[in-house]
Design a protein around this ligand. Structure first.
Ligand SMILES: O=P(O)(O)OP(=O)(O)OP(=O)(O)OC[C@H]1O[C@@H](n2cnc3c(O)ncnc32)[C@H](O)[C@@H]1O
Ligand SMILES: [Ca+2]
Length: 494
C-alpha cells in the first residue's frame, strides 16, 4: 500500500499543475486550428469574375463583374468592377470590313487582362451579346452579319479567358435581362416586395418590360421566370427601329415627303440657326425605312426650334391605325396598362439627365422642352462647350421623342409620371441587360430560395471555439473532481 501511495505522489502526470498545463495547451491548439481554418477560408473566398460585351448599335462596352467565390447564389453579390468603352462605332458598322470589328475590341480586352487577377483568367467566362444594330444588319445582309460575329468571336478567343460565344440576342431577351438586372440590383427578387419595370432606350431599339396586372394576350410578349422561389409572369416588347437614332431617321424621312424644295429640310426639332449639309444616304440607308428616296444627294438640314410642331412630327412615326388586341401601344403591338414603378435607363437617362428632366411633373417637362427647343443653336453651343455637337444638336429631338414615346406610346399619364425613375446605375453597376444575361448563363440566380445557414460564418466559428473550450473546461473540472474523490477514498481506506 505504501509503495502504491509513493507512485501516486511521485507520478507528475497526476499533478494539477500538469493537468492545467495540458488543458491550456489543448485550448491553444484548438484556437490555432480555428484561426487557420478561418484564415484559409478568407483566402479561398476571393473573387470570381465574368466579362460581358454589350455590342450595341452605336458602340460596344465591355463590363467586368466580380462576386465572392463562395457566395455566388446569394442575391446582390455580383457587382460591376470595371467598364471599358470600345473606341469607334458599334460592330454592325464594320459590315464592309468584318476584321475591323474583332480588332476594335483589342484595347478593352487587354485592359480586362490587367484588371482580372491572372490566376482567375482561365475560369473567367466571356460573353458577347449583340443587339439591334446587328439585328438590322442581319435583315439587310445576313452574310455580312455572320462575318462580323465570326470576326469578334475569333478576336475574343485569343484572350486567356473562357470564351462562351458571340451572338445576336433576341429583343425579348434584351428586355427580360434588363428587367432581371434592375431587380437583382435593387434586391427585389429575394425579398419579393414588388418589382421595378424596365425601360431601355438604345440607338436602334427600345424595350419595355414589367409585371402587368392584366392578362398577356400575345404569347410573343410573355416571359416566365422562377427566381428565388417566386414566379414572375413578365410582359416584354422590343421595338426594333424605335431606338433614338433610327427614329430620328424615320422622322427625317417622313419630313422629306412634304418637302417643296428637296434640298432644304426645315426641322422644328432642331434649333434655329442650326444649318448643316447632310447626305440623303445617311438618312435612308437603313432597313427601318421602306420608302427610299429616288436620287441620293445632299440636303441642308435647317433648324426651326418649335417644340409643338416637333412633337406633331414625332407622333407621325407611331402607327396607331390597327390593333388586334384589347389594347395596343403602337404598330399593332399588344400592351397591358403600365403597372408599378419603372427604371428608365440608357438614352432615357442620358437625354433626360442632360435636359434636367429626371424629376418634376410631365407638365413641367413639356414646358422645359418648349423653352429648350426654342433656344438658338448659337446659344446652346456657347452654353455647353464640352458636349459633342452631334449629341447637342439632337437633344431637342430626343427629349421630344422620349416624352412622346412614354405618353402617347406606352400610355404613362401625368398621374403615374412620378413612377418613372431615370437611372444610370444602381450601386456600382450600370442598369442594362448585360448583368442579367451573365447571371442567367452562369446559373447564378437559383429557381428556389437557397437554404439560409443557421448563423453567419464568423459567428459559427466563434460559437464552435467557445463551445469546445467549454467542453474542455468541463472535462478538466470533472477530472479534478474525480482525482479528489479517489484521493479521499484512498485516505479513508488508510
Ligand atoms: O441598344 P441598341 O439599340 O443596340 O443601341 P446602343 O446600346 O448602342 O445604345 P446606347 O444605349 O449605348 O445609347 C443610346 C443612344 O444614346 C446615345 N448616347 C450615348 N451617350 C449619350 C449622351 O451622353 N448624350 C446623348 N446621347 C448619348 C448613343 O449615341 C445612342 O444613340
Ligand atoms: Ca443597348
Amino acid at each position: 500500500m505504501d509503495e502504491q501511495r509513493e507512485v501516486q505522489v511521485k507520478n507528475p502526470c497526476h499533478r494539477p499543475v500538469f493537468i492545467i498545463l495540458t488543458a491550456v495547451i489543448a485550448v491553444g491548439i484548438i484556437i490555432v486550428v480555428s484561426i487557420s481554418v478561418v484564415q484559409n477560408k478568407r483566402i479561398s473566398q476571393k473573387y470570381k469574375y465574368g466579362i460581358v460585351l454589350d455590342a450595341g448599335s452605336s458602340h460596344t462596352s465591355v463590363f467586368i463583374y466580380e462576386w465572392p467565390a463562395e457566395k455566388e447564389n446569394n442575391t446582390g453579390m455580383v457587382r460591376q468592377t470595371h467598364t471599358c468603352n470600345v473606341k469607334g462605332k458599334g460592330i454592325s458598322s464594320y459590315s464592309a470590313n468584318p476584321e475591323g470589328a474583332g480588332m476594335s475590341l483589342q484595347e478593352c480586352m487587354e485592359e480586362a487582362k490587367q484588371k482580372i487577377p491572372v490566376r482567375r483568367h482561365l475560369e473567367t467566362p466571356v460573353y458577347l451579346g449583340a443587339t439591334a444594330g446587328m439585328r438590322l444588319l442581319k435583315m439587310e445582309d445576313e452574310d455580312a452579319s455572320e462575318k462580323v460575329l465570326a470576326s469578334v468571336g475569333r478576336s475574343l478567343q485569343k484572350y486567356p479567358f473562357s470564351f462562351q460565344g458571340a451572338r445576336i440576342i433576341l429583343g425579348q431577351e434584351e428586355g427580360a435581362f434588363g428587367w432581371i438586372t434592375v431587380n437583382y440590383l435593387s434586391d427585389n427578387l429575394r425579398t419579393a416586395t414588388g418589382t421595378l419595370g424596365a425601360l431601355d432606350l438604345g440607338g436602334a431599339s427600345t424595350q419595355i418590360t414589367f409585371v402587368p396586372k392584366q392578362e398577356i394576350e400575345s404569347q410573343d410578349n410573355a416571359i416566365d421566370f422562377r427566381l428565388y422561389g417566386n414566379d414572375y409572369h413578365l410582359y416584354t416588347h422590343s421595338f426594333l427601329c424605335f431606338g433614338k437614332d433610327q427614329v430620328l431617321r424615320l422622322s427625317l424621312a417622313e419630313k422629306f415627303h412634304s418637302m417643296i424644295d428637296s434640298t432644304l429640310l426645315r426641322d422644328p426639332c432642331f434649333h434655329t440657326g442650326y444649318n448643316l449639309s447632310k447626305k440623303y444616304v445617311d438618312v435612308f440607308d437603313t432597313p427601318c425605312i421602306k420608302e427610299k428616296s429616288a436620287s441620293p444627294k445632299d440636303f441642308f438640314h435647317v433648324g426651326e426650334g418649335v417644340w409643338v410642331e416637333c412633337q406633331n412630327s414625332v407622333r407621325k412615326v407611331f402607327n396607331k391605325s390597327h390593333c388586334g388586341y384589347s389594347t395596343c401601344s403602337f404598330d399593332g403591338v399588344f400592351q397591358p396598362s403600365v403597372e408599378g414603378k419603372f427604371g428608365a435607363f440608357s438614352a432615357f437617362f442620358f437625354v433626360m439627365d442632360f435636359l434636367n428632366l429626371t424629376s418634376g411633373t410631365l407638365h413641367e417637362a413639356k414646358l422645359k422642352m418648349k423653352r429648350y427647343c426654342a433656344t438658338p443653336w448659337k446659344e446652346i453651343v456657347q452654353r455647353y462647350p464640352s458636349i459633342k455637337e452631334k449629341y447637342l444638336s439632337e437633344y431637342c429631338f430626343s427629349g421630344t421623342y422620349i416624352l412622346t414615346l412614354l405618353e402617347d406610346g406606352y400610355k404613362f399619364t401625368s398621374n403615374n409620371w412620378k413612377d418613372i425613375q431615370f437611372i444610370k446605375k444602381i450601386g456600382d453597376s450600370d442598369a442594362g441587360w448585360t448583368l442579367g444575361y451573365m447571371l442567367n448563363l452562369t446559373n447564378m440566380i437559383p429557381a428556389e430560395a437557397p437554404d439560409i445557414p443557421l448563423m453567419a460564418h464568423g459567428g459559427y466559428v466563434s460559437f464552435m471555439v467557445l463551445f469546445t473550450l467549454l467542453i474542455f473546461l468541463l472535462f478538466f473540472l470533472a477530472f479534478l473532481y474525480y482525482r479528489r474523490s479517489t484521493r479521499t477514498a484512498q485516505k479513508d481506506i488508510i
